[in-house]
Design a protein around this ligand. Structure first.
Ligand code: AMP
Ligand code: GLY
Length: 423
C-alpha cells in the first residue's frame, strides 16, 4: 500500500514510525513532515491548504491511502475533497469535524442525545453571557466557540475572572474563534482522555491517556498544548471505559449519523470523571499530541489496517491489541513557551532510540544540514515501563541525554499515577 501522511508534529512522527513498521507498506510519504519523520518516510513539500495540489500528488504517485494528522486540514474539508477524488482517507469530513471546530455544535449534540456534559448556554454578545454568569456564580467555565490552539478556555474560579474572560473573547483575543462564547458549568473530578475509532457505524475503543496541560511542575502556570502524557490513565477502569462507550461514544456515533454527519476517524474525548461518572468536556477529531506518542508505543497491532478499516467502513473486521506496559512521554519545549521563544536554536545531539525509549520530533527542522528547534514544543521523549514509575525514569534518563541549550521540560510528568503506584 502507498500511503501519504499529512502533518509535521510529534503526533505524525509517532504515526509515521508505526505505519512504516507495517508489512503492508510499499511506500510512505509525509507532507510536509519533519527531520524525525524523514527516518521513516519520503518528505514532500506540499502546501496542504491547496487541496488540488494534494490530489494531484496522490494521483501522480498512485497513493492508495491518505492519513490526516492535525485538525486544521480536517476543519478545512481536506478529507471531503480527497474522498470526492476517490482517495481513501483517514479523517472526518468538514461537517463531522465541527465536533472539534465548534464547542457549541458539540454541546448541542450532547443536549439532543442525552450525552452527559456540563450544563451550558451559547452567546453571541457579552452582556447576556455576563448576566448568565452572574446568575450561575463561580466557579464557571468560559470557552471561545472555535479553534483557539487550546487557549480559548478559561476555568474561572471567581465571577470577576469569568466576566473578564467574556470580554477577552468578544474583544477578539481569539480572533474569529471567540465571536461566539459557550458558558459551561464547572465539572469537578479527575480528567482523562479516551481514544476511539469510528467508521460511521462501528466503534473500536483504543486506549486511555492522561496529559499535563500546564507548563510548570505541580500543574502550575499557563496552559499549553500538552507538556507530557502517559497511558493508560488509571482512573479509566474497565467499568469506566464501558460506561464511556455506552453513555458518550455510542450516542455520539448514532447521533452524528442521524443528523447526516456520520463520523469517520478518531474520537479523542476529553472526559471529567465526576462523582456521577464520565462527563464529556470536549471532543477532538484527531489523535492527541503528545497522547498519540504514548498510544503508538503501546499498540502491538499493525496500525495501518486499523486506520484503513476506519476509512473504508470495515472497522468491525479489525482489532487493536495493546501492551500491558505503561508508556510516558516528556515534552521538551523552547524556553519561554507557551509565551514568546527564540526560533532556530541549535539541537546539538539527540540520543539513539533503544528497545524501550525513543525521541519523537515535534518542532524541528534542518538548517544548513544542522538540526534546529522551530516550534514551542520540540521533542517528545517517550518510554515504556512495567508501570508509570519505570516509564518515567526511562524517559527522563533519555531526555537528559538530549543536548539542546534552549530546551526545558517539566520534571514531574506522571506524578498522579506515580503517587497511586506508591500508595
Ligand atoms: P478544553 O480545551 O475544552 O479541553 O478545555 C481545556 C481544559 O479546561 C480542560 O482540559 C479542563 O482542564 C478544563 N475544563 C474545560 N471545561 C471544563 C469544565 N466544564 N469544568 C472543569 N474544567 C474544565
Ligand atoms: N494534547 C492535547 C491535544 O492534542 O489537543
Amino acid at each position: 500500500m502507498k500511503v501519504l501522511l499529512i502533518g509535521s508534529g510529534g503526533r505524525e512522527h509517532a504515526l509515521a514510525w508505526k505505519i512504516a513498521q507495517s508489512p503492508l507498506i510499499d511506500a510512505l510519504y509525509a507532507a510536509p513532515g519533519n527531520p524525525g519523520i524523514a527516518d521513516h518516510a519520503t518528505l514532500v513539500s506540499l502546501n496542504v491548504e491547496d487541496h488540488a495540489a494534494v490530489i494531484a500528488f496522490a494521483k501522480e504517485k498512485a497513493i492508495d491511502f491518505i492519513v490526516i494528522g492535525p485538525e486544521a486540514p480536517l476543519v478545512a474539508g481536506l478529507a471531503d475533497d480527497l474522498r470526492a477524488a476517490g482517495i481513501a482517507t483517514f479523517g472526518p469530513s468538514k461537517a463531522a469535524a465541527q465536533l472539534e471546530g465548534s464547542k457549541g455544535f458539540t454541546k448541542d449534540l450532547c443536549a439532543r442525545y442525552d450525552i452527559p456534559t456540563g450544563a451550558y448556554q451559547r452567546f453571541k454578545s457579552a452582556e447576556p453571557a455576563k448576566d448568565y454568569v452572574r446568575a450561575q456564580g463561580a466557579p464557571i467555565v468560559i470557552k471561545a466557540d472555535g479553534l483557539a490552539a487550546g487557549k480559548g478556555v478559561t476555568v474561572a474560579m471567581t465571577e470577576a475572572e469569568a466576566l473578564a474572560a467574556i470580554d477577552d473573547c468578544f474583544d477578539g483575543a481569539f480572533g474569529a474563534a471567540g465571536a461566539e462564547v459557550v458558558v459551561e458549568a464547572f465539572l469537578d473530578g479527575e480528567e482523562a482522555s479516551f481514544f476511539c475509532l469510528s467508521d460511521g457505524k462501528t466503534a473500536l475503543a483504543l486506549a486511555t491517556a492522561q496529559d499535563h496541560k500546564r507548563v510548570g511542575d505541580g500543574d502550575t502556570g499557563p496552559n499549553t498544548g500538552g507538556m507530557g502524557a502517559y497511558s493508560p490513565a488509571p482512573v479509566m477502569t474497565p467499568a469506566m471505559v464501558e460506561r464511556t462507550m455506552k453513555e458518550i461514544i455510542e450516542p455520539t456515533i448514532s447521533g452524528m449519523a442521524k443528523d447526516g454527519n456520520p463520523f469517520s476517524g478518531v474520537f479523542f474525548a476529553g472526559l471529567m470523571i465526576t462523582a456521577k461518572g464520565p462527563e464529556l468536556i470536549e471532543y477532538n477529531v484527531r489523535f492527541g499530541d503528545p497522547e498519540c506518542q504514548v498510544l503508538m508505543m503501546r499498540l502491538k497491532s499493525d496500525l495501518l489496517p486499523i486506520l484503513y478499516a476506519t476509512a473504508t467502513g470495515t472497522l468491525d473486521k479489525v482489532q487493536a491489541e495493546w501492551r500491558d506496559d505503561a508508556a510516558l512521554t516528556v515534552v521538551l519545549a523552547s524556553k519561554g513557551y507557551p509565551g514568546a521563544y527564540d526560533k532556530n536554536t541549535p539541537i546539538a545531539h539527540i540520543p539513539e532510540a533503544s528497545e524501550e525509549a525513543k525521541v519523537f520530533h515535534a518542532g524541528t527542522a534542518l538548517k544548513d544540514g544542522k538540526l534546529v528547534a522551530t516550534g514551542g514544543r520540540v521533542l517528545n521523549v517517550t518510554a515504556f515501563g512495567r508501570n508509570v514509575t519505570e516509564a518515567q525514569a526511562r524517559a527522563y534518563a533519555l531526555a537528559d541525554k538530549v543536548e539542546w541549550e534552549n530546551g526545558f521540560c517539566r520534571r514531574d510528568i506522571g506524578w498522579q499515577a506515580i503517587a497511586r503506584e506508591k500508595a
